[in-house]
Write a protein that binds this ligand. Structure first.
Ligand code: UDP
Length: 194
């Protein structure tokens, strides 16, 4: 494994596992875009989006930030997969959108791929503890098995985005989580459920 991951890392994914339609789907998309660019001169911009969170997430989509916040607000158990030692690096949605706009408005010949994500890496367990703290929740941690092929670490190298786009994330995980918790609290108040 290469971490933090630069754009020149070609990846190492299981081509037939349960995540492969997702992993390989993204790889094929890049490959096709580059073919169209070479073959027909199609204008392309390729970005690699790392874990992103924020207001507007679907409470049911099963990702870690939305799961933990909705569980914490409802007083349900927090579902930690594995021991929670795996890491992710979470980028707030507004930072990501700013990066995408800069890429789209960037020089014509800057076609990517360019990593967009937050290099601040934390464990899933620490994320759970921060969310419990900010929601004043009494939920308990519940450990279950780790999904097959779940990456143990993920952190982008954003040197290229910094140099080529003058972009880096501005919003701390703490501020981003507070906004996201507020969004889910409002959602719950309006709908009475998640
Ligand atoms: N995860 C977890 N509990 C959950 C949902 C996810 O422990 O309720 C873990 C998951 O196993 C992974 C990490 O959190 O290690 C991030 O999962 P997510 O689905 O949000 O994103 P991805 O796996 O694509 O990085």
């Amino acid at each position: 494994m290469v971490t933090p991951q630069p754009e020149c890392y070609w990846g190492n994914v299981n081509p037939v596992g349960i995540r492969s339609c997702y992993d390989e789907g993204k790889r094929s998309a890049e490959s096709l875009c580059f073919d169209y660019n070479r073959e027909f001169g199609t204008r392309i911009k390729v970005i690699r989006i790392f874990n992103t969170y924020g207001p507007g997430m679907d409470p049911q989509d099963g990702r870690v930030v939305s799961n933990f916040i909705t569980q914490a607000l409802e007083g349900k158990d927090i579902t930690i997969y594995g021991e929670g030692k795996q890491t992710r690096s979470f980028c707030y949605i507004d930072d990501l959108v700013e990066g995408i706009i800069r890429m789209m408005n960037g020089p014509e010949n800057l076609i990517g791929p360019v990593n967009l994500g937050n290099p601040c890496e934390i464990t899933v367990l620490k994320l759970a503890r921060i969310i419990l703290f900010y929601t004043y929740s009494k939920s308990k941690l519940k450990y279950s098995s780790l999904p097959i092929d779940d990456p143990t670490r993920r952190r982008p190298d954003i040197t290229k985005a910094k140099n080529e786009l003058g972009w880096e994330p501005k919003i701390s995980l703490y501020d981003g989580l507070k906004n996201t918790i507020q969004f889910f609290q409002n959602y719950y108040d309006e709908n009475g459920r998640f």
